[in-house]
Design a protein around this ligand. Structure first.
Ligand code: GUN
Length: 299
């Protein structure tokens, strides 16, 4: 059986960051503007701390300003909303990201809705979600945007392809489906209540798995030659007790059937932060009335 092409998201994201850094340098030289990204972390969730650290270092690497705000796990919703309001008013801050998940005393929807729409670089605000649904130019959530870039880099035009999105979250599944529709795919959203899930997946030319279930999608769920994007990041136990990361796709069987597939780690993950930086650059340009540049990955 043929073996799929491995889509190297880590390499693509690195090239994209070089392209972003070039545009950031231009923005500074021509307009005296340095884009700024504020990341707010509430509490001490270890995984969130790693993400926030990575976001900060990559933000600085592309030449942007990084502002880190930490609140204790006991912070109230009012305290977090006050911090968001302050960042909304700060002209040096072009993008605001409040790291999820939040402690249980805080309603994430209230926080997301408090972020200024033009600074919502996560694209989670209902107004940005609505703009994506009706084809407007808002902020597009980073993970689906990264998936789309990898797909277009691999396939070119997606017009007319059958796309199946596995998962219906507001963060990945729904915006991914909207983006694929915008690219003229025939889109199906499948989920935990879908009948004959494997059959639905087998019809897909493009399969995006974002359900958070380790190795759920088996090789025989995949149409031969299909392009498979694995958004899942699941830690599974190993004999040495350290555990390892696997996707929502059973890579070993899928790689024998798919035409191309993203690995975990090193596939979609690195694209998410690169797209966050891209959204911050876009937000900074829009806030200053400058056309957002077309960022290309470096050769
Ligand atoms: N937690 C895990 N991923 C994300 C993300 O993309 N944005 C935010 N705000 N929190 C997250």
């Amino acid at each position: 059986m043929a073996t799929a092409t491995i889509i190297d998201g880590k390499h693509y994201a690195a090239r994209l960051r070089v392209g972003i850094a070039t545009q950031v340098a231009r923005l500074k030289a021509e307009h005296g503007i340095t884009p700024g990204l504020a990341v707010v972390l509430v509490g001490e969730d270890p995984a969130s701390q790693v993400y926030v650290r990575n976001k900060g270092s990559q933000t600085r690497e592309v030449g942007m300003n990084s502002f880190e705000h930490r609140l204790p796990a006991t912070a109230t919703q009012a305290e977090l909303l006050a911090r968001v309001a302050e960042l909304n008013r700060n002209p040096a801050v072009n993008g605001i990201l409040v790291q999820l998940p939040l402690p249980k005393q805080i309603d994430p929807e209230a926080v997301i809705e408090a972020i200024a729409v033009r600074k919502d670089v996560d694209g989670f605000h209902p107004l940005n979600a609505g703009l994506l649904a009706v084809g407007g130019t808002g902020m597009v959530p980073c993970t689906p945007l990264g998936c789309l870039m990898l797909l277009k880099d691999r396939i070119g035009s997606l017009a007319g392809l059958r796309a199946v999105v596995l998962g219906r979250s507001n963060i990945v599944g729904k915006p991914m489906a909207a983006l694929l529709l915008r690219e003229h795919c025939t889109v199906t959203i499948a989920h935990s209540r879908t009948r004959d899930l494997a059959d639905e997946c087998r019809r897909a030319d493009v399969l995006v798995a974002a359900v958070g279930k380790a190795r759920m999608v088996k090789g025989d769920w995949i149409k031969p030659g299909a392009t498979v994007i694995d958004v899942g990041i699941n830690r599974v136990p190993t004999p040495d007790g350290k555990g390892r990361l696997v996707g929502d796709v059973d890579f070993e069987s899928a790689v024998e059937v798919a035409g191309a597939i993203t690995p975990v780690p090193g596939g979609v993950g690195p694209m998410t932060i690169a797209c966050l930086l891209l959204n911050t650059l876009t937000a900074a340009c829009r806030q200053h009335g400058i056309p957002a540049p077309e960022v290309r990955p470096s050769a």
